[in-house]
Design a protein around this ligand. Structure first.
Ligand code: NAP
Length: 321
């Protein structure tokens, strides 16, 4: 909740006040931390689980400049974190539950255990994988249903897996899974992939990968672990059960912005900003996948983070002046 009229006494201790708190340590948050740290701003980065966000779960990032043979997402994230720390940014693990703003314009970032104070905040909380919302899905998450091939592929050595979705993630991670599984079915609800053409071409030539078109998953079943998924051809209405040991879901993302109140978002919950990454709340900025943006890539997230950091600096100069 961004409440312009809440005031607390703790804001009087200026040594505890950060110039900027960055929420989320994906490429957007870490780039912002590199820039604000390098500008000698007192920077705190708060992260719920581990650094890197979605990028850290990507086996190979091929289109981030400077790595002609690609780079593993986890490694790239670790390098960004080291770079931000080298410039003096502090990192803490904490789940941010709400953000308020007091009558002196200071932000109070409330986590499950304590409250942090800052003159500005950058929201860089990214986006999380969507679920199908079908019967028994929850029961098999972690027992055959996964959202991360990089993390779980090795469990499916010589097994049969299904990958759901037709975007870059589904196709790239599907290809990666063929290194482990003996068979990878890529199941897409249309007859054309959304993934980049170069990725599609490579996928069509990948041995061990079979495409099932115009098909959705309606149900899943098994004893303790996933054993089969019920498919429905959306053109013919025909249904059938496919035996699989695992199912990887890559059906898109939703923004991690539900903890915010009073911040203008689009109808899907992505934060609206101007070109300086400013939200409708003065001193509150947003960067990366949680923002309404035409492209969600590591490079665009990093770019957003750099611009947000620059805007923070300008804002701090203005309020000081
Ligand atoms: P995405 O591009 O939104 O694709 C989601 C896919 O899931 C689409 O093919 C969509 O079908 C399908 N889908 C959505 N809801 C579904 C449902 N309920 N049942 C079945 N299928 C469903 O998501 P993403 O692949 O995770 O990518 C997210 C963003 O990251 C994109 O901007 C992508 O370009 C980017 N990314 C880039 C790279 C890279 O450049 N190397 C790698 C990974 C991701 P329709 O096509 O019919 O809508």
């Amino acid at each position: 909740m961004i409440n312009l009229h809440i005031s607390t006494s703790s804001s009087e201790n200026t040594t505890d006040i950060y110039d900027v708190i960055i929420v989320g340590s994906g490429p957007a948050g870490m780039t912002a931390a590199i820039y604000t740290g390098r500008s000698l701003l007192k920077t705190l980065l708060l992260e719920k689980i581990g650094s890197g966000g979605q990028a850290a779960l990507t086996e190979l990032i091929e289109n981030y400049p400077g790595f002609p043979h690609g780079i593993n997402g986890y490694e790239l994230s670790q390098r960004m974190e080291e770079q931000a720390k080298n410039f003096g940014a502090s990192f803490e693990y904490a789940d941010v539950q709400k953000i308020t703003r007091d009558d002196q314009g200071l932000f109070h970032v409330h986590t499950e255990s304590r409250e942090f104070l800052s003159k500005t905040v950058i929201i860089a909380t990214g986006a999380s994988p969507k679920k199908l919302g079908i019967p028994n899905e929850e029961k098999f998450i972690g027992r055959g249903i996964s959202f991360c091939a990089t993390c779980d592929a090795s469990f499916y050595r010589d097994k049969v897996v299904a990958v759901i979705g037709g975007g870059d993630s589904a196709v790239e991670e599907g290809m990666y899974l063929t290194k482990f599984a003996k068979k990878v079915y890529l199941i897409h609800r249309r007859d054309q992939l959304r993934a980049a053409k170069i990725v599609q071409e490579r996928a069509f030539k990948t041995p061990g990968m079979e495409f099932i078109w115009n098909t959705i998953v309606e149900e899943v079943k098994g004893e303790n672990f996933l054993e089969a998924i019920k498919l429905k051809n959306v053109k013919t209405g025909e249904t059938s059960w496919l035996e699989v040991n695992g199912m990887f879901l890559y059906i898109g993302l939703y923004p991690n912005t539900s903890f915010l109140e009073g911040v203008n978002c689009d109808e899907q919950g992505y934060i609206l900003t101007d070109e300086m990454m400013r939200t409708n709340i003065p001193g509150l900025f947003a960067a990366g996948d949680c923002r309404h943006t035409p492209l969600r890539q590591v490079i665009t997230a990093a770019s957003d983070g750099a611009i947000a950091a620059y805007a923070v600096e300008k804002y701090l100069e203005e309020i000081k002046g």
